[in-house]
Design a protein around this ligand. Structure first.
Ligand code: ZN
Length: 151
């Protein structure tokens, strides 16, 4: 079963790398955060549009390795439409997963698509790749985004 799951996860990562979701600039973003991982050369810009407490829209542009791009794509599709509290909870779950604090196979239902990144914790160099977009999203949430830039 685990090897079937691994193949499925591999497929999901390849798919999101090849056809990243929400891969576009956002002209009217509330917040724009740049994320850079010098170890690998991953470089992304995350755009976030908040409507009250809800992440109304999220998108990204940039380039990097397959893991970093797939992770940014999955992150954007999961966080879109969620409240900021839910987005923070997803961040925390993903962080625990890739740092090995949470054993993925014990939380498959809860993890959903995030489970595809379970294997990352075995490759310390890849943890930064997988986390880049998530850290950028989190810092966008934490910074003061009260002013929406419409100009
Ligand atoms: Zn990378």
């Amino acid at each position: 079963l685990m090897s079937e799951l691994k193949a499925l996860y591999q497929e999901l990562i390849l798919d999101h790398n090849k056809t990243p979701r929400n891969f576009r600039k956002m002209a009217d973003a509330s917040k724009t955060v740049e994320g850079y991982n010098p170890l690998c050369g991953d470089h992304y810009t995350i755009y976030l549009k908040l409507n009250g407490d809800t992440v109304q829209d999220i998108s990204f542009t940039g380039s990097g390795c397959a893991i970093s791009k797939a992770s940014a794509s999955v992150m954007s599709s999961l966080v879109k439409g969620k409240t900021t509290a839910e987005a923070e909870r997803l961040f925390s779950m993903f962080h625990q997963l890739v740092t090995g604090e949470m054993r993925g196979e014990e939380h498959l239902d809860e993890l959903g698509k995030l489970a595809a990144f379970s294997g990352v914790s075995e490759y310390p160099a890849r943890v930064k790749c997988a986390s880049l977009a998530w850290h950028s999203m989190k810092s966008a949430l934490e910074t003061n985004v009260a002013t929406v830039s419409t100009e």
